[in-house]
Design a protein around this ligand. Structure first.
Ligand SMILES: [Fe+2]
Length: 199
């Protein structure tokens, strides 16, 4: 059971994403799009047993670390490489007293980053497994892949071809993992409310 209210997570967001700022205008709709899809998937697949409260808070905070990175095009003026937003976000949420939510920050990137990936590609990340473990982490990771923070319409899911392109560049094994997620979570909730049938 998660004892954490909506106001609590909004206050964490407001600390780092000032209302009206460029990064707030991107962060909020992006996280809301991921949250809504994650909750829709959970509703459509009750047998998965995902906790909607964890999905909501996790989705709204999964990218909390992006402000610390060097991504001025989305209003993030830190000096870290963008990839660091995962583990930095985890550290931030642990300090905020959310140890059960915090891991999703580093476990939602791509389809998850393995320790071997970090070593083989010499990634600027702590050496540990960063793949999604819980059902909530898996759903949030999956839902996140359909939404780009650089799209004109942040709420519109990307066509599947684009998702495939961005995942496959990290290897065929990554696309295979995504296919397993698709088999589990489906595409019906992803494209049900969009005018674009292009997949
Ligand atoms: Fe995201």
């Amino acid at each position: 059971m998660l004892f954490f209210s909506m106001t609590d997570y909004l206050s964490i967001i407001e600390k780092h994403y000032p209302t009206g700022s460029l990064r707030w205008r991107i962060y909020l709709p992006h996280c809301q799009a991921v949250r809504d899809l994650a909750l829709a998937i959970a509703r459509a697949h009750p047998a998965l047993g995902a906790d909607p409260a964890i999905l909501e808070v996790g989705a709204m905070l999964h990218d909390i670390g992006i402000f610390m990175t060097d991504a001025p095009e989305i209003g993030c003026l830190g000096d870290l490489p963008y990839l660091s937003h995962g583990y930095k976000g985890r550290e931030l949420l642990e300090k905020e007293g959310l140890p059960e939510i915090a891991p999703v920050c580093e476990r939602h990137i791509g389809v998850g980053i393995t320790l071997q990936d970090i070593i083989d590609r010499d990634l600027p990340l702590p050496h540990r497994d960063m793949t999604p473990q819980t059902i909530e982490e898996k759903i949030i990771c999956y839902a996140d892949k359909f939404f780009s923070k650089s799209a004109t319409d942040l709420l519109k899911p990307k066509p599947l071809e684009k998702v495939k392109k961005s995942i496959s560049k990290y290897g065929d094994d990554k696309w295979q993992i995504f296919e397993e997620m698709m088999a589990l979570f489906g595409l019906d909730q992803v494209y049900s409310n969009t005018s674009s049938p292009s997949r």
